[in-house]
Ligand binder design. Structure first.
Ligand code: FAD
Ligand code: NAG
Ligand code: NAG
Ligand code: NAG
Length: 362
């Protein structure tokens, strides 16, 4: 049976999910080539630093909302039936302060902060919380059942599922797409390249995309249990800081965030910001330290990740570059997990369109 050779560049959640869905098609021979692989922690590799949860911030009626919507069912299925993936259900509360109206975080979260967001019928148990039950300073809140992904388990799980389906993994750094054949079985030409380079797309030669910028996210991972996820519309510490907590599946610890610092490439932890993150976390979730303040937080690590934000939204598109088909799937910003299956399914469709005629002729 005739086969097509595909090279997926990138082994973050976008590359791995796309490779996994492609690997279910028997006529594709798939290589994943990446500078960073699951297990690595690096400022250029966003995926390990994510919480990660499903908290849509996409606006109603957009392609991004469609991707998020199509990702819920696969994540729900993993949480229900595949404990080895490291995804579990958790209650999620969104706290809203009227004074945050117009701030950067509130703008970013506008759909999430709505009393009636588009996803209210997608996730289970969506409801508006009773005003009386809210902590001081919170004017309104919603709650729903979401998932929290332990990225330290989930990324290797995705890679393992790919390996089981015959995907070949190679370390490699691309300077230009013309190099693709170097990373494959050299006796075969490369029929298609899938571009899942995240923030790497801002620097890679060939078609540098100036619309891709980092939104720096600093986090603290602690051993303390929050038991639920909480996210607030803003903080009193500046427009580009955020406050959220979530407890990862399977003993993964609790992630305390955060920040959303656009255009900031700083890879080192800011110790002052770390203190503010911890203070805000114990204030919003006193259960973390039984009301005893940040001294009782048991820190696993401090970290910084860069969300690959693309002005105008993620790019899921096909393009012919120097005679080779390229399917792009990058620029997911703060939503790479919650849009992962929706985007990867669309990327697979584009691959099929691009190769359909070619495979038919063989
Ligand atoms: C603090 C923080 C919290 C977050 N929380 C959430 C959350 O709760 N939910 C959610 O959905 N999202 C969350 N995100 C966003 C999410 O992490 C990203 O959207 C997602 O990880 C992007 O995945 P990616 O595969 O596109 O990029 P990456 O994970 O950055 O992977 C890029 C890959 O491309 C490779 N690459 C790049 N350039 C080249 C090259 N030239 N040659 C070879 N390889 C190359 C890299 O080595 C890497 O393997 C969060 C992000 C941060 C930083
Ligand atoms: C959050 O607050 C804003 C501004 O007051 C308001 O428009 C919005 O409806 C609120 N959300 C909820 C869930 O009540
Ligand atoms: C390389 O490609 C050739 C031709 O398709 C094939 O016979 C061979 O098994 C391949 N080798 C590997 C390691 O994939
Ligand atoms: C991936 O897309 C980015 C942005 O357009 C570009 O810089 C890079 O060259 C692309 N890589 C490949 C292999 O097409």
């Amino acid at each position: 049976m005739a086969e097509a050779s595909l090279v997926v560049i990138g082994a973050g959640v976008a590359g791995l999910t796309t490779a996994l869905l492609l690997s279910r098609h028997p006529r594709y021979r798939i290589y994943v080539v990446a500078k960073h692989m699951p297990g690595d922690y690096d400022i250029e590799y966003a995926s390990p630093w994510a919480g990660a949860n499903y908290m849509p911030v996409s606006n109603r009626g957009t392609r991004a909302a469609e991707w998020d919507k199509n990702t819920w069912a696969p994540l729900d299925n993993l949480a229900r039936h595949h404990p080895e993936a490291g995804v579990h259900f958790q209650e999620c509360q969104i706290h809203n302060r009227s004074k945050d109206v117009g701030s950067a975080t509130a703008e970013w979260f506008s759909e999430l902060l709505s009393p009636s967001p588009w996803f209210k019928d997608v996730v289970p148990d969506f409801r508006n919380l009773d005003k009386q039950s809210l902590p001081e300073g919170i004017d309104s809140a919603t709650s729903f059942t979401s998932v929290c992904i332990n990225t330290a388990l989930y990324l290797p799980w995705l890679a393992s599922q790919c390996l089981k389906n015959g995907v070949v993994f190679k370390r490699g750094t691309f300077k230009h797409i013309s190099e693709a054949a170097r990373f494959t079985n050299r006796s075969q030409k490369v029929d298609l390249i899938v571009n899942c380079t995240g923030l790497g797309a801002a620097k890679l030669g060939g078609v540098e995309d100036a619309a891709v910028v980092p939104a720096r996210g600093q986090i603290v991972v602690v051993r303390n249990d929050a038991g639920k996820m909480i996210d607030i519309s803003g903080t009193d510490d500046g427009d580009d800081e955020a406050c959220y907590v979530m407890t990862r599946a399977a003993g993964g610890g609790t992630v305390l965030g955060g920040s959303y610092q656009k255009g900031n490439w700083e890879s080192q932890v800011d110790p002052n910001l770390a203190i503010r993150i911890m203070k805000r976390a114990v204030a919003v979730c006193p259960a973390l330290t039984d009301g005893q303040g940040i001294e009782k937080l048991d820190v696993v690590r401090h970290g910084v990740g860069l969300r690959p934000v693309r002005e105008g939204g993620a790019r899921v598109e096909k393009e012919r570059i120097d005679g080779v088909w390229v399917v792009h799937n990058y620029g997911h910003g703060g939503a790479g997990y919650q849009s992962s299956y929706g985007c990867a399914e669309e990327a697979v469709k584009l691959v099929q369109e691009a190769l359909g005629g070619y495979l038919a002729k063989l």
